[in-house]
Design a protein around this ligand. Structure first.
Ligand SMILES: [Zn+2]
Length: 248
């Protein structure tokens, strides 16, 4: 991992090299358009994937990062399929937080059915707290940081979102960033084995999901998030006079 002085506003932390694109690419693009510094941290290189090679996937991730205009794309190089909340993963993650100092983190939900995704959410929650403790991993020589806010991406109907980001203007770019991971998704000429996400309908479903969450806020497309902590609102009028949908 390279060291740099870039301080990030938002960091998306997901398990596999295409997860951030599939989940929060619209929000990352929107934040970039608002002038914020954005980054993605992939927990693994996706080497257990049925399709593609780690080298090819790294190349695809770089291309997607270019489309998303990311300031940094990092990889924690945890073992794919074996992401665990342990001392090594926590410490490595704390070092990323202390180097890049993101104020907000987007990650998966702690009950995600994919064990890597659930473990990633737990590493994020514990690492965010530990990064603020001066004595934790003191030997690395990195200063403690304030605990960043954490927003978990919502996929399950059982999880009511805390907020939905209107990403109507970024649907095309998001889909382009997803398709940069060409080894993973449907191609008529592909001769690799089929997977759940290489099915022809998968990308269509990703878009429909964005359209559904958009409909909940009267927008053309949205990405939904859960924040476990209570939100501290400065101006309730400003918040509550934005477009809403009483049928949501
Ligand atoms: Zn994944």
């Amino acid at each position: 991992m390279s060291t740099t002085d870039i301080e990030l506003d938002a960091l998306a932390v997901f398990s596999h090299p295409d997860d951030a694109e599939l989940t929060v690419a619209g929000t990352l693009l929107k934040l970039k358009s608002l002038g914020y510094r954005t980054g993605v941290l992939d927990m693994t290189r996706g080497e257990m994937g049925t399709r593609g090679t780690p080298e090819g996937r790294a190349e695809e991730a770089r291309e997607a990062a270019r489309i998303l205009k990311l300031d940094v794309r990092l990889n924690l190089e945890q073992p794919d399929g074996h992401v665990w909340l342990n001392e090594e993963s926590r410490t490595d993650f704390v070092r990323v937080l202390r180097r890049y100092k993101p104020k907000v983190i987007f990650t998966s939900h702690w009950d995600d059915p994919h064990p890597d995704h659930a473990a990633t959410a737990r590493i994020v929650r514990e690492g965010a707290r530990l990064a603020s403790m001066r004595r934790y991993d003191e030997e690395a020589g990195l200063a403690a940081v304030r605990v960043p806010a954490i927003a978990h991406a919502v996929f399950s109907r059982l999880v009511p979102p805390s907020f939905i980001v209107d990403v109507s203007d970024f649907v095309e770019e998001k889909m382009r960033a997803i398709r940069a991971h060409a080894s993973q998704f449907y191609r008529a000429d592909a001769n690799e084995p089929e997977t759940r996400i290489s099915d022809k309908n998968f990308l269509q479903q990703i878009e429909w999901r964005m359209r559904y969450y958009g409909s909940l806020i009267n927008a053309a497309a949205g990405e939904a998030f859960l924040v476990r902590e209570a939100l501290n609102v400065e101006d309730p009028l400003k918040l509550l006079t934005r477009p809403m949908n009483i049928y949501s």
